[in-house]
Design a protein around this ligand. Sequence first.
Ligand code: CTP
Ligand code: CA
Length: 222
Amino acid sequence: LSYLGHKKDLQQKKILITAGGTREPIDPVRYIGNRSSGKMGYAIAKAAVERGAEVTLVTGPTVLAAPVGVKVIAIETTEQMRLAVLAAFPDTDIVIKAAAVADYRPTETAPQKIKKTDDTLTLILQKNPDILKELGGLKKPNQLLIGFAAETHELLTYARQKLVQKNLDMIVANDVTAPGAGFNSDTNIVKLLYRNGSSEELPQMEKDKLAHVLLDRICSFV
Ligand code: CTP
Ligand code: CA
């Protein structure tokens, strides 16, 4: 019943959220992955439902339970995430891309388990498509695109570049090395950068609380 306490300012809005990390198979038992826990994306999905939105969550594998009332599309690879996101996008008002997408995938997936025969093993990787950038190219004036930037250095420079290059309305800039921020933490410390060049520094807060602050900002655009 927690949702009863929230303002219903996202009623009638269709929101597409991506969460977790994608995985790229090396062979039937191994993959390339990353440290994303999915917590931030799941918190946003829950908050959006509480505020009356119709929420689709495209998620990589996580240990988290899906929030009640969310339509979940479970994927593993970046290409699966891309296809799910592109299919939902035309009928979406707001996209929030919290997922940590694998930037590269093995050029080939071995059909059988690779045996440890050699002392070294070389994997050749191919760059994955940038899903958010693709959405930036397809975006209609009535659609909002929100991205995340996970950085370890030069946070604002890289985040600003991503905002512009991917045609976003807002980017959530996240120094993933800061204590109390980033992967698997229950709290996060972020800066918000907007299309008009302005920015806002938020204090450390629980991801559940941050989810609502992000939606407050998004509601102020719609
Ligand atoms: N993203 C995406 N598709 C990719 C890579 C990233 O949609 N193939 C999205 C992420 O979900 C995130 C944003 O783009 O919202 C930024 O991701 P990030 O990894 O910080 O930036 P990249 O553009 O991948 O650049 P780099 O990893 O080199 O910093
Ligand atoms: Ca990346």
